[in-house]
Design a protein around this ligand. Sequence first.
Ligand SMILES: NC(=O)c1ccc[n+]([C@@H]2O[C@H](COP(=O)([O-])OP(=O)(O)OC[C@H]3O[C@@H](n4cnc5c(N)ncnc54)[C@H](O)[C@@H]3O)[C@@H](O)[C@H]2O)c1
Length: 247
Amino acid sequence: MSRVAVVTGAGSGMGLAISQHLAARGDRVALLDLNGAAVEEAAQRLRDGGAEAIACQVDVSDRSAVLAAIETARRELGPIEIMVTSAGIEAFVDFLDISPEDWDKMMAVNLTGTFHCLQAVVPDMLAGGWGRIVTISSSSAQSGTKRMASYVASKGGVIALTKALAIEYAAHGITVNTIPPGFIETPMMHRPIDSGELPPMKDLLTRAPMGRSGTSEDIAAACTFLCSEEAGYITGQQINVNGGWYL
Ligand SMILES: NC(=O)c1ccc[n+]([C@@H]2O[C@H](COP(=O)([O-])OP(=O)(O)OC[C@H]3O[C@@H](n4cnc5c(N)ncnc54)[C@H](O)[C@@H]3O)[C@@H](O)[C@H]2O)c1
């Protein structure tokens, strides 16, 4: 059955792979991202492959922009049935050097951005009596990670928000789960390696139980399952996709 899905952060990394997987199984997909050119290109490629896909340039921390993008998706594709929130930013800073402005920015994108997106789509899911929500959090919020306090706190909030909504909407056919990825090969992970913030990949991988990092495909496979009919009795869960590796 073809569903209507919205994926944020769909211009890169995991969000891009998730939107490709959902489109491949026949869902109609709205790709949202701050990077408008990236989602335009990604949506065009999906359309070229025969899928129904639209692109919306949006900053998820801007509530009115989120509401407008969701309205566009609803008008062009139909009521929203699946929402995946993958848009996010990271920062590596000593705790004492985090400015209040930087703290607020992190919360605005990673946590409040998730709040805006979910509030915008839940009414459609309630009306339809069916919904699948997957938030992308982080294993760093489960284990703690040094020099990432604002990021870790924002992702801890995403995990807690996910659990709260799972219970609030459990009786309405809506499942709400989070994937806390481990170390996944995307541009976000390469930036701190390239800048020297993290050790070189070959050194990092000596600590990986599977001897490799994860891929966006690993995340997309788990996410697509959580967005399926068959996953209807899974809610409020943290589905760890991390190769057994906590940094
Ligand atoms: N890569 C990892 O190892 C890793 C680990 C744990 C969690 N995560 C989380 O996974 C999610 C996906 O990350 P990724 O690795 O694919 O990173 P990525 O940088 O490849 O993709 C993130 C996307 O989010 C978009 N984005 C950033 N700010 C935005 C905003 N304000 N509004 C809309 N879009 C915005 C970016 O333009 C980008 O396309 C993020 O939430 C990230 O925090 C990543």
